[in-house]
Design a protein around this ligand. Sequence first.
Ligand SMILES: [Zn+2]
Length: 378
Amino acid sequence: MRLWNSLSLLLALLAAVHLCADEISFERDGNRIDLKGEVIATHEAGVILHTPDGKMWPIQNEEIVQRAKTTAPFQLQTKEQLIETVLAEMPPGSQVIETSHYIVAYNTSRAYAQWVAGMLERLHRGFTSYWTQRGMNLEEPQQPLVALVFDNQDSFAQYGQAELGDAAKSVIGFYSMHTNYVVMFDLTGGGAGDASRRTIGIRDIQRLMSRPDFQWSLATIVHEATHQLAFNAGLQQRYADVPLWFSEGLAIYFETPDVSSSRGWRGIGQVSAPRLKQFQQAARESSQPFLPDMLINDDSLRKAATAMDRYAQAWAVTYFLQKRKPEQYDAYLQELSEIQPLHDPSQAERVRLFQKHFGADLTELENEVRQMMLGLRP
Ligand SMILES: [Zn+2]
């Protein structure tokens, strides 16, 4: 009996410890940062701290100056608290639109923010029903999803500079694993003070966005918002080492925009004309196998010289697997979703996992992908 009592006490203590928040102070770029949160992953080189505002902070051991446990439990911010946090990070005078799943913070016209909010909700609906129909169990996001919409590219780039550096000037949207936000700017152009913008209506925006020259930009935003959904619905974990071709292929699979439909996101799984063209061109220029390298070489998607071809190949393999081997794809996805942050599988493990689901013969599989792609019309 006494043993039982001490055991229960021990278990109670363990539970309490688990509920305690972590306090970490660290120094980065000459600044001291004090954070309270929950350490969600530990590695010999450092930790990842999840803070109540939903951010995740990879912190190196050598940066840490102080670390302690508090007795207060770790709690994520409520929607109202999160709105306050987000507004404090936006330019003064910014406002928010709340939808069922999103907080859209903006300093541009309300009509544009409403248009973005509507598009995000449609994507959310399409994404959810797509995976539910496939029998995947999606998780509910722990907090509302946040989108920031800046009035122009300059203010967007200014915000993005801290995370992306100078690349912020050349992209039109991004998803941040650190903040968990998807960030974009008003594609209709003009400054916040522009009188014409105040009269712009949702119909004007819809008309503009259905123009072919806007479709690629729109696809990028859908792409980034898909990353956000994948990370928040439990398909992937932030800072987990999921092969980059897989995350990117998945996002491209959803990116085909369909602004004309009010019913949902019909673009899911359609042929991506620009990616297909790119794939076909690369395939004509070279018969060198790409698959073995793509599975392990994330940098090939990051480097400008190879990125365009690699994104197209990542899309092609995803398209092929989703259409021809959906059950195997879902089982592979399920296993990737279980990779914990900071526990990076080796290159050999990556290849082994792929082969476990899709067969050992990578050459044969790649040939099938090529054949399918050469037979498709954009
Ligand atoms: Zn991407």
